[in-house]
Design a protein around this ligand. Sequence first.
Ligand code: GLN
Ligand code: ZN
Length: 807
Amino acid sequence: MLICFLDRRLGVVSIARMKGPIPLTHTLGFPRVGERRELKKAIEAYWQKQLTRGELERVAQELRRRHWLVQQQAGIGLIPSNDFSFYDQMLDLTCLVGNVPLRFGWDGGKVDLDTYFQLARGVSGGAEKTGGCGCASCQTSAAACEMTKWFDTNYHYLVPEFRAATQFRLSSTKVFDEFSEALALGIKTKPVLIGPVTYLTLGKVHDTENPQFNRFELLERLLPVYVEVLQRLEALGTEWVQLDEPVFSLDLTSEQRIALATAYVTLAAAAPKLKLLVANYFGGLRENLPDFLRLPVHALHVDLVRAPDELDAILREFPKNKLLSIGLVDGRNIWRTDLAAAFAKLEKAAAALGAGRLLVAPSCSLLHTPVTLRHETKLDAEFKSWLAYAEEKLAEVGTLRDLLEGGAPAREALAASRTALASRAASSRIHNAVVKQRVARVVPGDLQRAAPFPQRQAEQRAKLRLPLFPTTTIGSFPQTDEVRAARARWRKGSLSTADYERFIEAEIADAVKFQDEIGLDLPVHGEFERNDMVEYFGEQLDGFAFTENGWVQSYGTRCVKPPIIYGDVARPQPMTVRWSAYAQTLTRRPMKGMLTGPVTVLQWSFVRDDQPRRDTTWQIALALRDEVLDLERAGLAAIQIDEPALREGLPLRSADRADYLAWAVGAFRLCAGGVRNDTQIHTHMCYAEFNDIIQAIADLDADVITIEASRSGMELLEAFETFRYPNEIGPGVYDIHSPRVPGVAEMEQLIEKALRVLPPGNIWVNPDCGLKTRGWAEVKPALRNMVEAARRLRVRFAAEHKAGISS
Ligand code: GLN
Ligand code: ZN
């Protein structure tokens, strides 16, 4: 090890002398949670008062130290600081600039850690529940700041709030403290801050008196705080500061362009000794390139993983007085880099600008990848050779730089990358000719139900015989401790498969009995057999792998361990039929089968990078299509295909959206297209903006869509005032994030609201989302009330409904 290390250092030294300056390496950020999720565990223990503030600080400090040293040992030249966070980097910035919303009663001093956590979790405490349906809204309480997705990642940030009267002032020393902390270890870091325009863009105006207030007016009040921060960093001896402005990957308004230009003129002049690096990532610059290149800063970072084709344009236009940081290693995925391809780009850039004007980096912060492959003990060596987590990506960045000098270790690393890539490209574990052919042979007819909706509706009514305002649920019932414990015992081998299955059957039987008792019209089996709505399917499909430690931060202390879709997806055998068919034997009412849709499976996984996402999605869709047909054959008259993540996949640029929506909608239709007219296809979506994709939702052509609506008081229905949704729809009337049991009258009123914009014959009555995070003690009375609300409305509207059907 040591010899190899020395070799490399010697190689660098001698060749550097021959060839002149070499590029710096840097990273834009490192995962902070720790290789064993130490930070998550410590913060949660602190919340539960099992850890003192001092103990928590020590865990954090040790993690920062470890992460700086790991990067230093990997030969990274410019190591970031302030990429650490106790919850979220946007929240850190909110506290740095003193933008604490009024409702937290902050006294204006330094924002302390407890106030910080209050912004994240709400003051009432106890708002944070573990688990949830997978969406961020699961965790927010009324008083906490809203959470939303960070660009097109699965990371959620806390949304800054702005008012016309918002004033900013330096209110945290975190960025300075962390710089000094690293300096004490002998590492002069590059502090990282989110840039002012990204900060303003991603916030929301919360100002009832001035709802139309333009947040960019706040820029001139915000900039002085940035100036102060930069000056203090300069005084501390900082050399480089990174300002993240990923808004450059979005469609920019002229106002944002002006804000960007003005902001950086001010910031560049603020601290003349500092080298400012502005980073764009998550997409190409496209028409924003001239604005980006004009920024009066020392260096600019571009994401060449997301926008590999932009290199030529960038090099052509790149200003002579700047350095270029090129992101060549994917910070968003777990695949080993094609070093030969990445190096070709680096060489081209070096030829155009000179190696000394380059910085080599991952495409974005490594926050979005797991920490280290070292703890993956169950993946075989071949599979592991295809992967690179954050630590392995550091080595790749170093190799790319070293390759410019042609040292032997770098050449060996390049050869190893070639071998791994070739093994992946040729592996029979990945490529399944039958699956590829099947996707290639999909014809438009496969995406089409046999008859248009009105005819299907008539046939389904004849078969299902459901009343007006039919009641249903979204699929899952409480995942109690007993259910989890049984699954854990079964996985460990201390419960036999036969006993586990009997246990699940008993849970299903109870759930069906309850639904029958309260008179729920379209019952479900309850999803007791599922740990997670994606993992359950991934585990049964070919082409998916699961990691032991592939954790990435989703928000705050919540981490997710996405499956890896590495190969062609095929379904060796039915996945859900056994349970749904069993449930159907227990009741005379029609049972609803329950599947996770192809786009959601894709979005919540690490996806293979060797074929278009569309192809992978359609492979999943074909596997699900077979499952749908098997369910139909087994006697399920209604089948729900959940697509809560459809909106998440929407590209950042509007120009790319139509293409995405076409294949994403196509994938859903491919799942559903093969069933008979009288089989009712449901879908479900929740916790996202739907208004801008409402046409695509209609294009799914699901017979019924259930959608979260109660939480926003049916706000989503505004979309239906102008858009006539053609099929049946169930706007949620029961907020499943709250333990509160909604009353009958309250739910009746929500349906009445829906009736203002939707025809009575098309309305379903259901909760907002699945009930797996709730307890039976709340679920039972809540669903009883829900069924009663539907019953009362039915009485009032029966006459109208009859008229509607016969006309
Ligand atoms: N069928 C799933 C459930 O009920 C849907 C969950 C979701 O929309 N996230 O749990
Ligand atoms: Zn949902």
